[in-house]
Write a protein that binds this ligand. Structure first.
Ligand SMILES: [Zn+2]
Ligand SMILES: [Zn+2]
Length: 217
């Protein structure tokens, strides 16, 4: 599998999202209808600006139809474990990801696949060539369940092991990247960042169910 990454500056929308992402506060509100919501709540993606909006349950459910031609889309809450599926060494080398972890997602508006990963400057984005994602999915058909815009493929490279591959909600990715931005030290992130990454993976593994190809939608 060959992926050529074209390093680019993080998109303005993502940076804005990371900056403006409200800290969990006592008086958090639905950004669509202003109803008060709890600290733990769902999110909706604005497909044009890529902004992530906090949503109450009724607003969230309004946008849960992934096939609808809507401006907003609810972020699903599923986590899937793709077992032994991993990116190969060459792919990792070309992505040049310092912490050996990246989120890949499809941007449906722009018809492109983005890899983003934490680094010294916050989130860094690489655009994958158009055919790269198709090539990955052709080699691993189970990845076709990944929904564009709202779900990401979390890939991790671990020295001495095969690494791992999970499907995660996009809001969980942004949350980790935002958290790491405040902890990052030096080139590889340092101890605190790695502790946060390990804690994140423990949560992901705990919430994931094995991907069942028979249940593919
Ligand atoms: Zn609402
Ligand atoms: Zn929120």
């Amino acid at each position: 599998m060959i992926i050529r990454s074209r390093p680019s500056t993080p998109s303005a929308a993502l940076l804005r999202l990371l900056r403006e992402r409200p800290q969990p506060a006592a008086a958090e509100r639905c950004e669509m209808c202003a109803e008060p919501i709890g600290e733990s709540h769902a999110h909706v993606v604005d497909l044009d600006s890529r902004a992530l909006m906090c949503a109450c349950r009724p607003c969230y459910l309004l946008f849960s139809d992934q096939q609808a031609h809507l401006h907003y889309r609810a972020v699903p809450e599923r986590y899937l474990d793709f077992g032994g599926l991993t990116l190969d060494e060459r792919t990792w080398d070309e992505l040049q990801i310092p912490v050996g972890l990246a989120f890949l997602f499809r941007n449906s508006r722009q018809q492109r696949t983005i890899a983003f990963y934490p680094g010294p400057a916050g989130a860094t984005e690489s655009e994958l060539p158009l055919e790269a994602w198709d090539t990955i999915v052709a080699a691993n058909p189970e990845l076709a369940v990944l929904l564009p815009d709202v779900e990401a493929l979390l890939v991790r490279r671990e020295r001495g092991s095969a690494g791992s591959c999970h499907l995660v909600p996009i809001d969980a990715c942004y949350e980790l990247v935002g958290q790491l931005r405040t902890l990052w030290r030096g080139f590889d992130g340092g101890r605190e960042a790695h502790d946060a990454i390990n804690a994140f993976f423990t949560r992901v593994r705990g919430r994931s169910r094995p991907h069942d190809p028979a249940a593919r939608s």
